[in-house]
Design a protein around this ligand. Structure first.
Ligand code: UD1
Length: 435
């Protein structure tokens, strides 16, 4: 697999780090941005129409910028028309095979395959990059394209897919792959006839994509459920659409409140998408209430150990298990964390140990946390987006200063993370790394 070669530097072109002074109680209101994992497929889906698609609530994060660069390479354009609003124009496409060094910056770039194949009958793309958390194959995507009538090939490192026109069919997905489901939904929208996706991913972001596609004139039923029915149409038109809030960002702030004995109003959060996270936070002892505008999280009582298993939606999101591990370092007793989605998503454990956490892994997919431990600031790395969130969260509860390096990972997925934390009372500074 090609590894993530994402941006290693900050805006000044130099590597950056953040320095967190722990021990400050977070208090106040924070606004949740649009969901990274919903905005990315929505941007890709805009390629399905020759007419402009305007998207609101698109987070300003590095992964979105990378996808803009991919679109521009293809001959489309993506322009920020207001804060968090963009317009994608793809009246015609001049390239069908984006460069590998761009594609491997994040995994969602592979979504151009479904969009280009659906609209133009051809596409080529290297296996995508993204967080290094396991094998992350794309066989579900390719088997689905093939079932829809595309010929799949290989040109060097790139996968190619070609067809005169896709034809709808019934497809069983070997695994309810999130991006795989989205790729096949996009391809099937413009296929001839009816497609049924069985064992589809049920994440709210998949439902969000279905809603955008329908707003563009597609006929998709059941997005967000295990069986999705799609009637192919001849063409899709432009539209204006708002991306759903980021449930992982909301969950991260709720954990930050719990870890710091804080009191945080998380405005714009969608509790309907967060059942597993809210239930586990309450079990651990974080007080969480739904409000009219989002969530209210308070860390007013002692935290207790708990066990959790990361599963596809509506289970506990795998993206939230590293942040929960940080929280459980401050919970009394022994907690078990089981990762059931990726085979290598526990590398962050070594970083939490540097901070003094009593945490071990067994078999690479189970972590055992013994708490509560007093964490002590030191130098750690953000190994991927959520591993990075875990160390920042732990640093908020540690004594002294923690230096977090490789924060380009955080910038890939969290919009103005340290700025938002600072507005709640955290003491965090971003610095250029000179040595
Ligand atoms: C998406 C999310 C990511 C999240 C993950 C799992 C985006 C941009 N990323 O990634 O944040 O952590 O879902 O919820 O939306 N698999 C196969 N064959 C395939 C595809 C996947 O076997 O063709 C396996 C993977 O190895 C993994 C599991 O399925 O074990 C989950 O992967 P998948 O749902 O595809 O994750 P992504 O869509 O890449």
């Amino acid at each position: 697999m090609l590894e993530d070669t994402g941006q290693r530097t900050g805006v000044a072109g130099l590597p950056e780090r953040i320095r967190v002074e722990g021990g400050h109680r977070l208090k106040g209101t924070v606004l949740v941005g649009g969901a990274k994992n919903a905005a990315l497929p929505c941007v890709a889906a805009a390629l399905l129409s020759p007419e402009p698609v305007t998207l609101h609530n698109v987070p300003e994060i590095a992964d979105i910028e990378t996808m803009f660069a991919v679109l521009e390479f293809l001959g489309a354009s993506a322009e920020r028309v207001a804060a968090n609003s963009i317009t994608v124009k793809a009246p015609e496409i001049t390239g069908f095979s984006p460069p590998t060094d761009l594609v491997v910056k994040n995994r969602a770039n592979f979504l151009i395959m479904g969009a280009l194949l659906g609209r133009f009958g051809k596409a080529a793309c290297s296996p995508p990059g993204g967080d290094v958390i396991g094998q992350r194959p794309v066989d579900v995507h390719l088997a689905g394209f093939s079932a829809l009538g595309a010929t799949i090939g290989r040109e060097g490192e790139k996968f190619t897919a070609q067809t005169d026109r896709l034809t709808g069919t019934r497809i069983f997905l070997d695994y309810p792959s999130w991006l795989g489901t989205e790729n096949l939904m996009m391809a099937a929208c413009l296929a001839r006839g009816h497609t049924t996706l069985v064992n589809a991913a049920c994440e709210p972001e998949v439902e969000c994509l279905g809603n955008l596609l329908n707003a563009m004139g597609a006929r998709v039923r059941g997005a967000g459920q295990p069986v999705i029915e799609i009637d192919g149409v001849e063409e899709l038109h432009g539209t204006e659409f708002t991306v759903i809030p980021d449930r992982f960002e909301a969950g991260t702030f709720a954990i930050a409140a719990g870890l710091t004995g804080g009191d945080v109003l998380i405005q714009g959060a969608a509790p309907r998408h967060m059942d597993a996270v809210i239930a586990k936070l309450r079990e651990i002892g974080v007080l969480v209430e739904e409000t009219e505008s989002g969530l209210h999280a308070r860390g007013e009582q002692d935290l207790s150990a708990a066990s959790l298993q990361a599963f596809p939606y509506p289970g506990m999101p795998t993206d939230m298990q590293p942040p929960f591990a940080a929280l459980l370092t401050q919970a009394s007793g022994v907690s078990y964390i089981h990762e059931r989605v990726f085979e290598n998503r526990m590398l962050y454990v070594a970083e939490l140990r540097k901070l003094g956490a009593e945490i071990i892994t067994t078999g690479g997919t189970t972590a055992i946390v013994t708490g509560a431990t007093q964490l002590v600031g030191t130098q750690v790395r953000a190994l991927d987006i959520r591993a990075g969130a875990a160390v920042v969260l732990a640093a908020l509860a540690a004594t002294g200063y923690t230096e977090v390096r490789d924060i380009y990972h955080l910038d890939r997925g969290y919009e103005r993370f340290e700025e938002k934390l600072t507005s709640l009372g955290a003491v965090i500074e971003r610095e250029i790394v000179v040595s």
